[in-house]
Design a protein around this ligand. Structure first.
Ligand code: ZN
Ligand code: ZN
Length: 160
């Protein structure tokens, strides 16, 4: 029981590192073809970028459904699912408001997460972006410094 809880929580933490790395090195690298849709203005409900979420969800589902017994792989799958839910809440909900109501956190850590990801979107295009994580964000001031130093072209509607 305790071990399973540790595997679950550990998976959520590792997933943040994995998501950060995939976002920085794959999605803003060779995988930009799918991710670009998320960095461009549009009125569509879905984005090609959502395929990344589908891919991760599919992987988690495979682990949960096909792992023998309720062993470690099962709990890794559950951890991935929990991470996915948190990611959706923070990224698609709080930041991009893809839910049918409006709620923007005005203070605390959630506000910092939202500001940090807005800074990720402050850059025009694929290169020179900052803040690739989703559930952990460095202090906003540090990100703004990083952004200034990168000298990347800023998007017109950015609030920095
Ligand atoms: Zn991005
Ligand atoms: Zn985003």
């Amino acid at each position: 029981m305790l071990l399973n809880a540790a595997i679950l929580i550990g998976t959520v933490l590792v997933m943040e590192v994995v998501a950060w790395a995939v976002h920085k090195y794959v999605m803003h690298g060779p995988g930009w073809g799918w991710h670009r849709s998320h960095h461009e203005e549009h009125d569509d409900v879905l984005e090609k970028n959502d395929l990344y979420a589908v891919l991760f969800a599919g992987l988690a589902l495979l682990l949960v459904v096909f792992s023998p017994g309720r062993g470690p792989l099962y709990w890794i799958g559950i951890g991935m699912s929990v991470y996915g839910a948190l990611y959706f809440f923070v990224h698609d909900g709080l930041v991009h408001q893809r839910w049918p109501f409006r709620y923007v956190p005005r203070n605390g850590y959630l506000k910092r997460l939202v500001q940090a990801h807005r800074l990720h979107h402050a850059v025009e295009g694929r290169d020179g972006c900052v803040s690739f994580g989703f559930l952990y964000a460095p202090p906003v001031r540090r990100l703004k410094d990083e952004l200034r130093q990168s000298g990347a072209p800023l998007a017109r509607d950015s609030e920095t």
